[in-house]
Design a protein around this ligand. Structure first.
Ligand SMILES: *Cc1c(COP(=O)(O)O)cnc(C)c1O
Length: 378
């Protein structure tokens, strides 16, 4: 009998227990440092790992507040979590107020026009986003002042559940933008009607308690990305990706490997071809620069990444040279993390995760109750 995992070119294992443990660690850290609560950011299908599994796992860990980017992501999450608070970061789009009400989604109001539109559509709870220096989303300073001067009338029945802002450089603790944004955000909060404040995402949590406000909003760290690049990663790895070897061949000095013949042999060796390519999100920028792990040994990806295939130099050490078709190499895991892969592809862990392909056979482990065989509590 052959199952889906046998037929797949690669198996992506997603550890929901690690996601839950990462969330609890950040929750406890924020609570101890500042008393802030902890939400979870699950936009982009929970950073590519699957909202249908990750959402309920985080709720089971105790998370009550979730952030998504798109309205449709919020609608999907509402179907999974009837009682959660769900906020939509990209905000209130024209003509969508009814959907926000029907699905009980909190709009993140990103400009004065959205404040007015939400008030005129019947108002209710919302989040207000202030731009504190990133110039991406949120009310600029002059709109904050206009709103403060016209409050409470201009807010009408709009209940500010949270006032939030976002840090541009939180992964660089020494960057002067951090304190500047913290102070700009505090100044905006002082003139607005009182509301709980939210500033820090994953990296911002580690900047210290005066960056926490009342609610922190981690995303990437929940999924194993190091919130402190260059320092020891305290987060547990969540994904493990294993690719299958399709063929192994001996090659000679002078032989070329892959499209463009960009890898030329300077001595004889062995090449293993693995069933993962850029159509699976294994970025083309891994060409001649990525790695895989076999039996504890890091082996180089040689030649270009093809749509469905990569080629690995398995010439040495000796255990690698014995690989056979059907064996698996590890493309992501504890020995070669999402951040390690990102560094070799010239990108960030966020992009590695959100690029993970749809052709992988996905296997979820570590569900709450799974170890005991007790199944789901609810
Ligand atoms: C994506 C996002 C987050 C989460 O950021 P991470 O760096 O993944 O923790 C938090 N807040 C806003 C506004 C975001 O866009």
């Amino acid at each position: 009998m052959s199952g889906a995992a046998d037929r797949a070119g690669a198996v992506l294992e997603i550890d929901l227990g690690a996601v839950a443990a990462n969330w609890r660690m950040l929750r406890d850290r924020a609570a101890a440092a500042s008393g802030a609560g902890c939400a979870a950011v699950v936009k982009a299908d929970a950073y590519g790992l699957g909202i249908a599994e990750v959402g309920p796992a985080l709720a089971a860990a105790g998370c009550r507040t979730f952030f998504v980017a798109h309205i449709d992501e919020g609608m999907t999450l509402r179907g999974l979590l009837p009682h959660a608070e769900i906020a939509v970061l990209n905000g209130l789009l024209p003509g969508t107020a009814r959907v926000f009400r029907e699905y009980r989604l909190l709009p993140v109001l990103n400009d004065l026009g959205q404040v007015d539109a939400w008030r005129d559509s019947g108002a209710g709870a919302a989040i207000l986003q202030i731009d504190s220096g990133m110039n991406r989303l949120g009310l600029p300073r002059r709109e904050v002042e206009a709103l403060a001067a016209a409050s409470p009338d201009r807010l009408g029945g709009v209940v500010l559940r949270t006032v939030m802002s976002h840090l541009a450089c939180a992964d660089e603790p020494e960057h002067p933008m951090n304190a500047a944004q913290r102070d700009a955000f505090a100044a905006a909060c002082r003139i607005l009607p009182p509301a709980p404040a939210s500033l820090a995402a994953s990296s911002g949590i580690f900047l210290g308690p005066d960056y926490h406000g009342d609610l922190v909003r981690p995303g990437a760290a929940l999924y194993g990305v190091n919130p402190l690049p260059g320092r020891l990663n305290e987060m547990r790895q969540v994904v493990r990706l294993k690719g299958k070897i399709l063929q192994v061949r001996d090659i000679d000095t002078g032989d070329a490997v892959g499209y463009g013949a960009t890898h030329r042999r300077t001595r004889p060796g062995r090449i293993a071809t693995v069933a993962v390519g850029y159509a699976d999100g294994w970025l083309r920028s891994f060409s001649n620069s990525g790695s895989v792990v076999f039996d504890g040994h890091k082996l180089p990806l040689v030649g270009r990444v093809s749509m469905d295939l990569i080629t690995i130099d398995v010439s040495s050490p000796e255990p690698a040279a014995r690989v056979r078709p059907g064996d698996c190499v590890e493309l992501l895991g504890d020995a070669y993390t999402v951040d390690d892969a990102a560094a070799e592809a010239g990108t960030i862990g966020y992009e590695i995760l959100t690029s993970l392909g749809r052709r992988y056979h996905r296997s979820y482990v570590g569900r709450i109750g799974a170890e005991t065989g007790a199944g789901h509590a609810a």
